[in-house]
Design a protein around this ligand. Structure first.
Ligand code: ZN
Length: 247
């Protein structure tokens, strides 16, 4: 099976469509690591696209904030994020609210693979970026491969056969990483809709479960078009500008 792995779409329909065009024909299923909405201008449209695909989803902190879930406190977001989340929540159709509300925060795909928005120890809030965090979090799950989102940074952290930890490693676009049965991995596919690793292109990954490898992808999209949509809805200027810098 080939799985397209996306995270942090953040209501950026133009970026999501660019990823789906680029990945067309190279996946059989989709894993969506959360934060489908929040920040951006097209929450319902992004939810509709995700629903039209064979997708397994989990919830992220922004999804929960947008729908007013008790699991997160909207006061914990900065002002711009809070304004955008309130706007996203007001737009969102009730069937999508219900869908997001019943999503788990993490899923065990099988014995080997786990998906979570933040981290196994703190699915909602932890940004898993450092080797010591990876070490802590490997102790919380038995799985060999764990996909995480939340930081909007395309990276992986690997526990080598000798127990040493490599990473965080930023893959080069198009890089193919072979999974070794004797190693463990945290892998972040990066963000579709609001990359923060200095590369403004939409990020994703494709897992091939039979070939045992992961391909890291980046694709340019029409950033100005998303920015125009955000302007039309008076979304915060800082959120509009950051898209072009990938920060
Ligand atoms: Zn996010």
């Amino acid at each position: 099976m080939r799985v397209l792995i996306v995270s942090d779409i953040h209501s950026n329909l133009v970026a999501l469509e660019a990823v789906l065009r680029e990945a067309a024909g190279s996946y059989d299923a989709v894993w969506n690591l959360g934060d489908t909405i929040g920040y951006g201008p097209r929450p319902n449209e992004c939810m509709a696209v995700i629903h039209s695909l064979p997708t397994t989803s989990i919830a992220g902190n922004h999804d929960l904030a947008c729908i007013g879930s008790n699991t997160v406190n909207i006061a914990e977001f900065n002002n711009d994020a809070r304004i955008a989340n309130i706007w996203n929540g007001r737009q969102l159709k009730s069937n999508y609210k219900q869908f997001l509300n019943q999503l788990p925060l993490a899923r065990s795909i099988d014995e080997r693979v786990y998906i979570v928005h933040g981290s196994p120890k703190d699915p909602v809030w932890e940004y898993l970026l450092r080797p010591h965090q990876a070490d802590d979090n490997w102790q919380a799950i038995p799985h060999q491969v764990c996909f995480v989102g939340h930081s909007h940074v395309q990276i992986y952290i690997r526990r080598n056969i000798d127990g040493s930890i490599s990473g965080p490693i930023m893959p080069t676009p198009g890089e193919v990483m072979l999974l070794d049965n004797d190693e463990r991995y945290f892998i972040n596919p990066g963000s579709v809709g609001q990359p923060r690793d200095g590369d403004p292109r939409a990020a994703y990954a494709i897992l091939d479960t039979s070939a045992q490898h992961i391909t890291f992808g980046r694709v340019a999209y029409d950033i100005a078009s998303t920015q125009q949509q955000m302007l039309e809805h008076n979304l915060p200027l800082m959120l509009i500008r950051r898209l072009q810098f990938g920060r």
